[in-house]
Design a protein around this ligand. Structure first.
Ligand SMILES: [Zn+2]
Length: 361
């Protein structure tokens, strides 16, 4: 029998900004030794989110094409100029970055600069839109599963954002929480929905947005855990050998009727200025009245306040900074979280993808 040809290569394309800056974007391709599904990873759309690019490079370097069934695409740095600035976007048409920053009040103000609002081919005058179109045609169109790597401002643990149809594939990525944005919206063309995950979903693929837990920095433990999740998903997809594992309980935060996870979510504020001393972890189930954090005075060191669980609930993200101020959000909790997967108690979904290789034996 003739052995199939496996390979690993980078393809690169040059782009030029409106002000004449030339730069390249790279896509890595692994053609596995055997046929199988196609998996696409995109990172670095937002320039202050560096974990995805680092993990995807590690992953691409390490993965042996000889053991892969199918094809893997990685684009670790979709937006190199934004990454260089360590900013969410590359404001290509602006003359003054600091005055541009001051005009931004919310995400929507970023307009066509926000690469993750241009999928798959929204009419854009800028270079971000050109990159999106190249990535879409080259690696998203052929993919069965698309993972978009982002990072939240600050959390203690990573989590996932996902539309309802792709939820069953999320537990393999090794995170403890899946925040569902709900069913695919009636009008998915609105600005907020022109994300890669949503666009992949609408194109009949599995689309998942992975959120690492730090912006403008690198958390070393997430490099290893992140790679573990990528291999584990490939086991679930039957792209590499081995049984996928669920290492920790995975919680699903979903609104049954609504478009977002907000139903059941509560924000807890502190009434005092001080250091919060937390006594619970993110994604720990809490009983009503259980202590979440004590606010300790910076002057007397005494306890000023005890913040407790308002109901039986799941602890969500904690305040990123070390000092809390009166009326500021200390943490969020969710009263309607459900277990999505447990160690030893979760099966690979039998999805009807276009690829025959994803069906179980
Ligand atoms: Zn992002």
């Amino acid at each position: 029998m003739i052995k199939a040809h496996s390979s690993r290569e980078w393809i690169r394309r040059s782009f030029t900004t409106v002000k004449g800056r030339e730069f390249q974007v790279s896509i890595g391709i692994i053609h596995g030794a055997k046929p199988g599904p196609t998996l696409a990873h995109v990172g670095g759309q937002h320039g202050m989110e560096h974990m995805g690019p680092i993990i995807l490079r590690d992953f691409f370097d390490e993965l042996d094409p000889e053991i892969v069934c199918g094809t893997v695409y990685v684009c670790p740095c979709a937006n190199p100029l934004a990454l260089e600035l360590d900013e969410e976007v590359y404001p290509e048409f602006e003359d003054d970055l600091s005055s541009f920053r001051q005009t931004i009040k919310q995400r929507e103000d970023l307009g066509q600069y926000n690469m993750n609002r241009l999928w798959p081919d929204w009419d854009s005058k800028g270079v971000a839109g050109q990159i999106v179109q190249w990535i879409w045609q080259t690696m998203i169109v052929p993919a069965d599963v698309v993972i978009d790597h982002h990072a939240v401002k600050a959390a203690h643990k990573p989590y996932i954002f996902v539309e309802k149809p792709s939820i069953p594939w999320t537990p393999f990525l090794g995170v403890e929480a899946v925040w569902s944005t709900g069913p695919v919206p009636v009008d998915p063309t609105q600005y907020v929905y022109r994300r890669l995950g949503m666009a992949a979903q609408l194109a009949g693929k599995i689309g998942i947005c992975f959120e690492y837990s730090v912006q403008r920095g690198v958390k070393e433990p997430e490099r290893e855990n992140g790679r573990w999740g990528l291999y584990n998903l490939m086991k679930a997809m039957r792209m590499i050998e081995g049984e996928p594992e669920i290492r920790k309980p995975v919680w699903l935060l979903a609104a049954d009727g609504g478009p977002y996870w907000g139903e059941g979510m509560a924000e807890l504020n502190s009434a005092f200025l001080g250091h919060p001393h937390y006594s619970v972890e993110e994604y720990q189930p809490l009983k009503k009245g259980q202590l979440i954090a004590e606010i300790r005075s910076l002057e007397t060191n005494e306890a000023l306040e005890q913040v407790t669980a308002p109901d039986d609930c799941l602890m969500l993200d904690r305040k990123p900074s070390a000092v809390c101020r009166p009326g500021e959000r200390l943490c969020r909790v969710h009263t309607n979280a459900r277990i999505l997967a447990k160690p030893g108690g979760y099966a690979v979904p039998d999805a009807a993808f276009k690829s025959q290789y994803l069906s179980l034996p």
